[in-house]
Design a protein. Structure first.
Length: 255
């Protein structure tokens, strides 16, 4: 296995990425992984790192993990981030991958976690050339989640100062407005690739009904896989194994 750091251009900034590939030379079907809200290209319990290394070694895939602009080690500040900017970053990452000598440009997949799943659904629909889409604990309506999180005092603060201090992250009014405006379920109606939806039945951050909503609008081939008792990030070894295995089988089948 070869692992190489890369800078990926997007919107005048550089995004920090890690490329995993089976060998130094050759072209491979390639997976692009999209992290969640306030996350990064590693994710909790090294979820993205372990997934990438597994799929390279066991399935012969190449994988790109990267930090959106304003997240992780990428340039920019989180105060600039909105769901719309992350969709643009993801589209730019796909175009960067297509130009790389390790990728088979017609055999690309997106895997997105949480808000990254929201972004992945929109990106796949807008790009129009992604062969396989995998949504892990994906938010189907981000605005709805924010409405649940924000009490009247927080809403007032957001309106008055234009941002919230969200556990040390500067979440702007623009972020919340874009989250409400963008509808990944409507966008998914334009996506005609293969869609796998994986969700934990005890996800407290994004309720499992979001998975059912995605499944209802996705075109065939599609599959809904629920992991019994699993939380939002599949933070137990057997849950992790299940999500890695079912995703690997889907990618091998449809890439």
């Amino acid at each position: 296995m070869v692992e190489e750091f890369a800078w990926i251009p997007s919107r005048g900034r550089r995004m920090a990425g890690m490329v995993h590939k089976p060998t130094l030379d050759g072209r491979f079907p390639t997976v692009v992984m999209l992290h969640g809200f306030t996350g990064n290209r590693i994710e909790p319990h090294r979820l993205f790192v372990k997934a990438a290394r597994r799929w390279v070694s066991k399935a012969g895939l190449a994988v790109l993990r990267f930090d959106f602009v304003g997240s992780g080690e990428s340039e920019g500040d989180f105060s600039e981030v909105t769901p719309a900017t992350e969709i643009e970053d993801a589209l730019n990452a796909l175009e960067w991958v297509r130009q790389q000598p390790f990728a088979e440009p017609e055999r690309l997949a997106l895997v997105g976690l949480s808000l990254g799943g929201f972004v992945a659904a929109c990106t796949a629909a807008r790009d129009g050339k992604v062969k396989a889409l995998v949504l892990w604990a994906a938010a189907a309506t981000s605005g709805e989640l924010w409405d649940r999180l924000l009490d009247e005092n927080l809403k007032k603060t957001l309106q008055e100062q234009g941002y919230l201090d969200w556990q040390g992250w500067k979440v702007t009014e623009s972020f919340v407005a874009e989250a409400r405006r963008i509808d990944p379920l409507r966008e998914m109606l334009r996506y005609d690739g293969a869609t796998l939806i994986v969700h934990g039945t005890e996800d407290a951050a994004v309720p499992v009904d979001h998975a059912h909503r995605y499944h209802s609008v996705a075109r065939e081939p599609k599959s809904l896989h629920l992991i019994k008792d699993a939380d939002h990030t599949f933070a137990r070894l057997d849950w992790e194994e299940e999500v890695f295995t079912v995703t690997e089988e889907w990618l091998v089948r449809y890439l």
